[in-house]
Design a protein around this ligand. Structure first.
Ligand code: CP
Length: 307
């Protein structure tokens, strides 16, 4: 089997993909963006299982499946499933797998996507499990970085906000090290990167440093990756203390390189001042749109319809 053959594979963590495989997904996504494929997934069924709120990831996967001629079953509210009656996630995913060709799952519990992949023989894509991983967000982040900077290797990237609970950050940090990116982590003390991710970065010989404000690095970086302080992941007292830690204002971009682009996995609450949307630095809405092409490529590769 080719190292790049994703047919039948699950994607639970970004570490499930090699650098070659990541580049291959990005290449296929770029082809799809340039020339939209048709009817590639006719007869295939995606189970879209969202136990936690989502706008972009769910609609983007579902749109990708429908645009490629496939069909979608699923739910966007755990309360409408038999888990509400006491069924285990394992049983629920085992049955769902027998009704579909591929499962996309988002769940508030860390490890839920891994558990789902053990319950079924069908491929499972992790669309976010608690504060753990969000590998498909990382694929679209890398696609977008390559699109707006023309390359991935050797870029200088600042990641700002909730680094402790931010699953998009955890997946992106590990992948960035594969591409020799220099990382600047900017967060309040309470929300610094977990030791498990730091260990992975050290293992990959990643280059990184810690900072408390954007001004320390703004004139050096190519990408400013903002994240939301996630109210749903910690207690009210801690949230109140850190909620307004990082709100990016237009004036802070004065010393930025002209090619600096601001990214954000979205949803945004107040981390990026709306005035920034109309500056050449804003690239987060293009980033969200790119999810469609990356998800199309991933579905087609995993369902074995392209190589
Ligand atoms: N970026 C992201 O995961 O957005 P949603 O929560 O809207 O899916």
């Amino acid at each position: 089997m080719s190292k790049k053959n994703l047919n039948g594979r699950s994607v639970i963590s970004i570490a499930d993909l090699t650098k070659d495989e990541i580049e291959h997904v990005l290449k296929r996504a770029a082809e799809f963006k340039k020339k939209p494929p048709k009817e590639l997934l006719r007869g295939q069924i995606l189970a879209s299982c969202f136990f936690e709120p989502s706008t972009r990831t769910r609609l983007s996967f579902e749109s990708a499946m429908l645009r490629l001629g496939g069909q979608v079953i699923g739910f966007s509210d755990a309360a409408s499933t038999s888990i509400r009656k006491g069924e285990s996630l394992y049983d629920s995913m085992k049955v769902t797998g027998s009704l579909a060709d591929l499962i996309v799952i988002r769940h508030p519990m860390e490890g839920a996507a891994r558990l789902a992949s053990l319950a079924t023989t069908k491929p499972v894509i992790n669309a976010g499990d608690g504060a753990n991983q969000h590998p498909t967000q990382t694929l679209l982040d890398l696609f977008t970085i390559k699109e707006c900077q023309g390359k991935l290797e050797g870029l200088k990237v600042a990641i700002v906000g909730d680094l402790k609970y931010g699953r998009t950050v955890h997946s992106l940090a590990s992948a960035a090290a594969l591409f020799d990116m220099r990382l600047y982590f900017i967060s309040p003390e309470e929300l610094t990167l977990p030791e498990t991710i730091l260990k992975q970065l050290r293992k990959l010989r990643g280059k990184f440093s810690f900072h408390h404000n954007v001004e320390e690095v703004i004139d050096k970086i190519d990408i400013l990756y903002m994240t939301r302080i996630q109210k749903e992941r910690f207690d009210d007292a801690t949230y109140e203390k850190v909620k307004e830690s990082y709100i990016l204002k237009e004036a802070q971009l004065k010393k930025a390189k002209s090619h600096l682009r601001v990214l954000h996995p979205l949803p945004r609450v107040n981390e990026i001042e709306v005035a920034i949307d109309s500056t050449p630095h804003a690239y987060y809405f293009e980033q969200a749109e790119n999810g469609l092409f990356v998800h199309e490529a991933l579905l087609a590769l995993i369902l074995g319809k392209i190589n």
